[in-house]
Design a protein around this ligand. Structure first.
Ligand code: UDP
Length: 476
């Protein structure tokens, strides 16, 4: 009998936090669904050398081709607007690249920012899916936003009442996603636009799993609730995260020599930055806590909380001069400072890691959960305040300072307290027990017969069924 398989084109928007989950989805489609995959990557404004080097390391093992689309030069705009424009402008290049790919892909999977390429999929007779590499709760808010846009008067973050989403946890006004903070800014219009385009897809893949967000997923499917808007299937196929083993460096030699679960890892994702004042308080807070730590340090800046997305070039000196005088010497025996970028997954997998002070990007969140590491939530941008609320109020795997949303700078004593709560206190034990339960629930979801395994199988069957009907399967 002739075997045929679908060929999926995956389109990733710029930024490590977008590219990493798209590559993980690609790996999963090749390994578990026997797809052919080609990933189309929109190059970022950061140096191509850095991107190539990182891409290379993220691609092991190499299971499919990557096509880098030409970079688009956009400056002076906020990040979401930049992304939206880059993804719009890249469409002619994407069209040529897909048309030139042999055999021709029959399924297009875009991330959150790629929905404007649906027309291209229609034109090329491809099925079209969105991969939302974050929580179901974020998806629920997003597809509900066009309604909120009509109903809510004034700025969202000035509302007194939480923003209600049918069948889901309400969102506190101060926790809304970044693009909702200013309704006159272009990034807000881009967000509402992509929110209304998502339900035009053939389905949505999500990097979460049934047992993590059961009621939100039920609401997304319930036709009397959010299912009314998104009349399309939702497939929670996560958690799709990287596993990295066998890395060797001074950092891992140091970790090997620390007691089990004794080190807190401090990192703010691929884009997070702090002000000078906040860096000083964080350094002194860590020092006061007397806990062992690894801290990924970026140059301080007052520009924006996601400034590292824009400025990648700086010397090691720049990065470390923003630390308080004498800090490195005083903490030499208990702490390691890593400039700019650390092999985060490998660090979180190490048995000496006992806590993660994180900006709550969804990849970081899942990497922490899948390694059984409790968190300190320090959200900065995007949907991270919602993630922090989910982790603390719903899942019970993180502590979150009430000071954070109100004050611009969190003081050293508050930081010390949070670190001790996770690393030393009884509360930390409870968080650790709970996060290990979630780790097992994630493993179960991904294993043969688990909910995410089945969701991916169902998605695959739907794709095959539709492709068969359209006679668009690739022949060997
Ligand atoms: N990351 C890393 N080393 C770093 C910083 C980040 O490997 O020093 C990885 C991290 O493991 C995660 C991704 O970059 O997979 C960041 O994604 P996330 O969604 O957490 O945050 P974003 O960068 O999108 O804000």
């Amino acid at each position: 009998m002739e075997i045929s398989k679908p060929h999926a084109a995956l389109l990733s928007s710029p930024g490590m936090g977008h590219l990493i989950p798209v590559l993980e989805l690609g790996k999963s489609l090749v390994t578990h669904s026997n797809f052919t995959v080609t990933v189309f990557v929109v190059a970022s404004h950061k140096s191509p050398a850095e991107s190539n080097h990182l891409l290379d390391s993220l691609m092991r093992p190499k299971l499919f081709d990557i096509v880098q689309l030409p970079p688009i030069d956009i400056s002076g705009l906020v990040f979401i607007t930049q992304l939206a424009i880059m993804m719009r402008e890249v469409r002619p290049a994407l069209r040529s690249a897909i048309s030139a790919t042999k055999p021709r892909p029959t399924v297009l999977i875009v991330d959150l920012f790629g929905t404007e390429s649906f027309h291209l999929a229609d034109e090329l007779d491809m099925l079209k899916y969105v991969y939302v590499p974050t929580s179901a709760w974020f998806l629920a808010l997003t597809i509900h936003v066009p309604f909120l846009d009509k109903e809510v008067k004034g700025e969202y973050n000035n509302q007194i009442e939480p923003l209600r989403i049918p069948g889901c946890k309400a969102v506190r006004p101060e926790d809304v996603v970044h693009p909702m903070l200013d309704r006159t800014n272009q990034q807000y219009f881009e967000y509402v636009r992509l929110a209304s385009e998502m339900p035009m897809s053939d389905g949505i893949l999500l990097n979460t799993w049934e047992d993590l967000e059961p009621s939100t997923l039920a609401a997304l499917r319930d036709e009397s609730l959010l299912g009314r808007v998104a009349k399309i299937p939702v497939y929670p196929v996560g958690p799709l995260t990287r596993t990295i083993s066998g890395l060797r460096s001074e950092l891992f030699d140091w970790l090997d020599n620390q007691p089990s679960e004794s080190v807190i890892f401090v990192s703010f994702g691929s884009g997070g930055t702090l002000s000078y004042e906040q860096m000083t308080e964080l350094a002194l807070g860590l020092e006061l806590s007397q806990q062992r730590f690894i801290w990924v340090v970026r140059p301080a800046t007052t520009e924006a909380v996601d400034a590292a997305f824009f400025n990648s070039a700086s010397s090691d000196d720049d990065r470390l001069t923003c630390l308080p005088e004498g800090f490195l010497t005083r903490t030499k025996s208990v702490g390691v400072v890593v400039p700019m970028w650390a092999p985060q997954v490998a660090v979180l997998m190490h048995p000496s890691i006992g806590g993660f002070l994180t900006h709550c990007g969804w990849n970081s969140t899942l990497e922490s959960i899948t390694n059984g590491v409790p968190m300190i939530a320090w959200p900065l941008y995007a949907e991270q305040r919602m993630n922090a609320a989910l982790l603390t109020e719903e899942l019970g795997v993180a502590v979150y300072s009430k000071v954070l949303p109100k004050k611009k700078v969190m003081g050293r004593e508050e930081i010390e307290k949070m670190v001790r709560r996770v690393m030393e206190d009884k509360e930390g034990h409870a968080l650790r027990t709970r996060v290990k339960e979630l780790k097992h629930s994630a493993e179960k979801a991904l294993s043969n017969g688990g909910s995410s395994y089945n969701a991916l199988r169902d998605w695959h069957s739907n794709v095959r069924f539709t492709c068969d009907a359209k006679k668009c399967l690739q022949k060997p």
